[in-house]
Design a protein around this ligand. Structure first.
Ligand SMILES: *[C@@H]1O[C@H](CO)[C@@H](O)[C@H](O)[C@H]1NC(C)=O
Ligand SMILES: *[C@@H]1O[C@H](CO)[C@@H](O)[C@H](O)[C@H]1NC(C)=O
Ligand SMILES: *[C@@H]1O[C@H](CO)[C@@H](O)[C@H](O)[C@H]1NC(C)=O
Length: 362
């Protein structure tokens, strides 16, 4: 397939989906969607924490409906926001930190900027909600759901079996841990190969908790992207080159995540796990889908790579892949969400995309 064909396929596909979205007001394709992750998905959970990793100020959110500063690390919607739209949810999945009441039965977002698989990851930035803590927060949610639905434990788990779960973790275990030797000893203690193994071991038990204790049966595991090609990384090479050492470390992690998905699907036959190939999706030529600026973010940034408060961002935000030094623009997120929902290239998701995952009978 040529780049142009790919481009037009994507444009057409996005149109088809957005049209069907605006006509159909049916029930969402899953009754509930729970999100575990880092700043790529955080929608306000960090706002109440003492941390440098929070962005509830302008120009963040400039393109979000109403132009509001929700704490999302982008100019507009995140990938999981858009994914929730494709799934047919009428409102975004709200943050755990500030959401009470009936709505929680449709899902919650536990994601926290700077957080990782490892508990200490992100401490250099301040407070954060590690994946272990996010799982504990989910346990609180489950008790609340049981009382809202007035169900016993078995019935609650049967309900939770039907939900979609997205788990995207690991980038900060590199950015805000392994590659920060001034704060963390991990790079002295482990080779990149050993570190990937240590992370995957811990991740495996966290994912198994989600399955065994919390009844998750449809789980999307988001692989690491090209962490060496963010504007932050590129600035370290004082030029336009990606940091190969970072990309290869992340690839070691991904190369262990894919066989983990196979093992989980073989062992746990009443569940399905998919690998979202973030690296694959970002490996193509972004200029073929209309992006013009790839190596710098859209806003002026501070020393931790986030937009400076009240700074003036670029105007053509849909032509930028990156919003700040780490986080994609909504324009990038639109494409990632679409390709996560429905693979454009067969390697986008393994062994199936989210649109097929959610059709499986629990
Ligand atoms: C899957 O089962 C095999 C064989 O019993 C076991 O060695 C492996 O640890 C299991 N993997 C997971 C992720 O449960
Ligand atoms: C991810 O995408 C890349 C590039 O298309 C491909 O080489 C790789 O095999 C994909 N991974 C999986 C598990 O499909
Ligand atoms: C935005 O993009 C258009 C078309 O590529 C260009 O003519 C215009 O100068 C750009 N505006 C800014 C502010 O960069």
């Amino acid at each position: 397939m040529t780049k142009d064909t790919l481009k037009w396929l994507m444009v057409i596909a996005v149109l088809v989906v957005s049209i069907s979205q605006s006509c159909v007001h049916g029930a969402p394709r899953v009754p509930c969607f729970f999100i575990f992750g880092d700043s790529l998905a955080d929608n306000g959970n960090n706002n109440l924490l003492t941390t440098l990793a929070k962005v509830n100020y302008a120009p963040y959110g400039i393109d979000y409906p109403g132009g509001v500063q929700t704490g999302r690390f982008s100019n507009g919607k995140t990938t999981v926001d858009i994914l929730a739209e494709f799934l047919g949810f009428e409102a975004p999945i709200p943050p755990f930190a500030t959401t009470k009441g009936q709505d929680i039965v449709k899902g919650l977002n536990y994601a926290s900027g700077a957080a990782g698989i490892r508990a200490e990851t992100g401490s250099n930035m301040g407070g954060h909600i590690s994946l272990d803590q996010q799982l504990l927060n989910h346990q609180i949610t489950i008790l609340r759901i049981a009382s809202i639905l007035r169900t016993n434990t078995l019935q609650t788990l049967q309900y939770l079996n039907k939900c979609l779960y997205s788990v995207g973790m690991g980038s900060n275990d590199y950015f805000n841990n392994y590659f920060m030797p001034q704060f963390y000893p991990t790079s002295k203690r482990y080779t990149p190969e050993q570190y990937a193994l240590v992370l995957i071991d811990q991740y495996t038990s966290q994912i198994l908790t989600l399955y065994n204790k919390y009844g998750a049966r449809k789980v999307a595991l988001v692989g690491l992207g090209l962490i060496g090609c963010t504007p932050n990384a590129i600035s370290k090479t004082k030029g336009t080159a990606c940091v190969d050492e970072w990309n290869s470390a992340a690839q070691l992690f991904n190369q262990k995540l894919v066989p983990l998905v196979d093992q989980l699907n073989t062992n746990l036959t009443d569940a399905k796990f998919i690998y979202v190939n973030s690296t694959g999706m970002s490996s193509g030529d972004p200029t073929s889908v209309g992006f013009k600026v790839l190596n710098v973010g859209c806003c002026p940034v501070n020393n931790v790579g986030q937009c400076i408060r009240s700074g003036t961002p670029c105007r053509n935000r849909s032509e930028y892949v990156f919003w700040d030094s780490f986080h994609p623009t909504e324009a990038s997120n639109q494409i990632t969400a679409f390709r996560t929902y429905k693979s454009v290239d067969p390697t986008d998701n393994y062994p199936m995309d989210v649109s097929h995952l959610v059709q499986l009978k629990p």
